[in-house]
Write a protein that binds this ligand. Structure first.
Ligand code: PLP
Length: 387
């Protein structure tokens, strides 16, 4: 099999996914081989798998500031978000409010419940006054993410919890912390949030596994029915290796978080400053003081991001546009629109997301490749894009 990473010069798409950490791989291998048991069974092989699952649950719970019984393992962030929103609403029906910049896993699930969206400021931070205006005793669920996946803005989750307690005391609060765990102490940030979601592949764990914390006092109705695993909150045979890998990646991430945030934050600053200095018409999105350390998001005037990505890909630079492609059509980013960024500017949005594996060399490569690529596009030279 040809490895897709051959020819890769710089991976700057850590918000999309991250490489598997060695700690996760090592922890998983025994569960993928001799430890293959189904933890719901009673015999020795099953009991060994159950033990591994229980130990991972304790570790995940501790790192998220929860009790083991409050952790529900899922197939990833999307399922955890859907269980929090749809399952939370089913357990406690009422009006739903979410921020306008939620990931689609929350936004689209909430939309099926007729949710109202709270605006954000031009900096990409939820407008707390506007949120307060949407809250009332009728509201039963409020979703505000910890860190945004496109522009990296950190949301004032404790202040949101204060407002919810004051204006919608019956409401369950949902916090999608999928992008946050690498950079922020999620246990502390979400200490007063009933429903919190994470996804392993965003912090060096395997894909297809995540968790929802359901704190005491919060409730979800299952959206997957079957064998009654996870205290009847999420049926389906456990992905034991995945859960164990997630726990190992979580522990390693939390242990080195402070140092990584500092180092990667410096790399991000050099990248963003370098782009602004080298390319006229580059504007940074949102203020760095509100952002996670790994996020460098810019808009580049007069450039179509998709065309730029093709040129960068040819140079071995993996980056992303902050727009979603649905059935071949590029959709303008709902996050940028909510920040008041108009369509033409949003079309030139480039997200360069760094991670723990990012290096000075990655930044050098991006700073060497992006200015000439922008120049080529601006001069109207054909890139072959769109043929
Ligand atoms: N929430 C946020 C903020 C995300 O960035 C993502 C993934 O991009 C998800 C949820 C979905 O997670 P998963 O890929 O595990 O389904």
């Amino acid at each position: 099999m040809a490895l897709a990473s051959e020819g890769m010069v710089a991976y700057l798409d850590s918000a999309a996914t991250t490489p598997l950490r060695s700690e996760a791989l090592e922890a998983m291998l025994p569960l993928l081989t001799e430890g293959f048991g189904n933890p719901s069974g009673a015999h020795a092989v099953a009991r060994a798998a159950r033990k591994a699952l229980d130990e991972a649950r304790e570790q995940v719970a501790e790192l998220l500031g929860a009790r083991p019984a409050e952790v529900v393992f899922t197939s990833g962030g999307t399922e955890a978000d859907n269980l929090a929103v749809l399952g939370g609403h089913a357990a406690r029906p009422g009006a739903v409010v979410c921020s306008a910049i939620e990931h689609h896993a929350v936004l689209h699930a909430a939309a099926t419940l007729g949710a109202r969206t709270a605006p954000v400021t031009a900096e990409g931070v939820i407008d707390l006054d506007a949120l307060a205006g949407l809250l009332s005793s009728e509201v039963s669920l409020v979703a505000v993410m910890a860190a945004n996946n496109e522009v990296g803005t950190v949301q004032p989750v404790p202040a949101v919890a204060d407002l919810v307690a004051e204006h919608a005391p019956q409401a369950q609060m949902v916090c999608d912390a999928v992008q946050a765990f690498s950079w922020l102490d999620v246990a502390q940030l979400t200490a007063r949030v009933g429903l919190v979601t994470v996804s392993a592949h965003k912090f060096g764990g395997p894909k297809g596994v995540g968790a929802l914390v359901v704190r005491r006092g919060s409730r979800v109705r299952p959206i997957l029915h079957g064998g009654g695993q996870e205290h009847d909150r999420r049926s389906g045979t456990h992905n034991v290796a995945g859960v164990v890998g997630m726990a190992a990646a979580m522990a390693a991430t939390a242990a080195e978080r402070t140092a990584v945030v500092e180092r990667v934050g410096r790399l991000r600053d050099r990248l963003a400053d370098g782009l602004v200095a080298a390319v006229p018409g580059v504007v940074e999105t949102g203020s760095r003081r509100h952002k996670i350390a790994g996020n460098c998001h810019v808009t580049i005037a007069g450039v179509e991001a998709e065309a730029l990505l093709v040129l960068l890909d040819a140079e071995g630079i993996c980056a992303s546009a902050a727009s979603a492609c649905a059935s071949g059509a590029t959709q303008p980013s709902h996050v940028l629109a909510a920040m008041g960024i108009d369509g033409p500017r949003a079309a030139g949005a480039l997200r360069l997301s760094l991670g723990r594996a990012s290096t000075e060399g990655d930044v050098d490569a991006a700073l060497a490749a992006i200015p000439p690529a922008v120049e080529r596009l601006r001069s109207g030279e054909s890139t072959g894009f769109g043929r």
